[in-house]
Design a protein around this ligand. Structure first.
Ligand code: NDP
Length: 239
């Protein structure tokens, strides 16, 4: 008998927001496919997912490597893809190295092609599916140090809206969830007491769940998620 369990593939599932999304859907009873580079962190997630009673598959993969993605995801059919893996090196444009620039473009932009291209045809063939990508408030508001990162997140918004128009009549939903600041280790950050004001990874996971768990004919295409507890130093800024 065919399984009726829904399935979700989350890139960048090993830490931060992606990990919270994987666990949120595991609690929902979904089957989880976790993608990231570090096998050990994917395995740690797997233990938590299975403890919740959900099934789990880890795929250790660099999403920026197009050939590796095509091979690894060849046989993967999922109901929902969350493009969450991201890289952020936030510094003045003149201090960015070519390698840092390319890393952000490769992970935040080019990987959208590699991963979505691998999974979307199956969704279109089934006339059902959902591609949800984690953008950023930084993709529509400017900040010093964000020339490349902010531009890659602006790309996410434009790409997703164009894709939405192409595939919604095939029953496939396309969404962007755009968080403000989230307390994670993103960009080499160490989470500390002074990060209390930021969104938690679980807050973003809940927003993704709200976007994905909609009635069949309802599409939430774009969602911004913000905190109410902006510190004095950040008041008047878009975060
Ligand atoms: P983290 O740094 O905590 O987690 C990033 C995840 O992406 C890790 O699981 C990492 O695993 C994975 N990853 C990074 N590069 C690759 C790669 N080349 N191939 C496969 N996996 C990769 O970041 P966050 O959870 O904070 O960020 C998740 C998303 O949310 C990103 O797209 C980010 O831009 C966005 N975002 C974050 C905000 C924040 O304030 N934190 C605010 C707004 C948006 P591994 O290293 O093992 O590969």
């Amino acid at each position: 008998m065919a399984s009726t369990t829904s399935s979700i593939l989350v890139t960048g599932a090993s830490r931060g927001i992606g990990r919270a999304i994987a666990l949120r859907f595991a609690r929902e009873g979904w089957s989880i496919v976790g993608v990231a580079r570090k096998q050990s962190e994917l395995d740690a997630l797997g233990a938590e997912v299975r403890a919740l009673g959900a099934s789990y598959r880890a795929i250790a993969l660099d999403v920026a490597d197009g050939a590796a993605v095509a091979t690894a995801l060849r046989d993967v059919d999922v109901d929902v893809l969350v493009n969450n893996a991201g890289a952020g090196i936030l510094k003045p444009f003149v201090d960015l190295t070519a390698e840092e620039w390319h890393q952000m473009v490769d992970v935040n932009v080019n990987a959208l092609f590699h991963v979505t291209r691998a999974v979307l045809p199956g969704m279109m063939a089934r006339n059902s599916g959902h591609v949800c990508t984690i953008g950023s408030i930084g993709g529509r508001s400017v900040f010093a140090g964000g020339t490349c990162y902010g531009a890659t997140k602006a790309f996410v918004t434009a790409w997703a809206e164009n894709l939405m128009i192409e595939v919604r009549e095939r029953g496939v939903k396309v969404s962007v969830v755009m968080p403000g600041a989230v307390a994670t280790e993103f960009s080499g950050h160490t989470v500390r007491e002074q990060d209390q004001w930021k969104l938690k990874p679980d807050d973003v996971a809940e927003a993704v769940a709200r976007v994905v768990l909609t009635p069949p004919n309802v599409l939430i295409h774009r969602l911004e998620v913000r905190t109410l507890t902006v510190p004095a130093s950040g008041r008047g800024q878009s975060r």
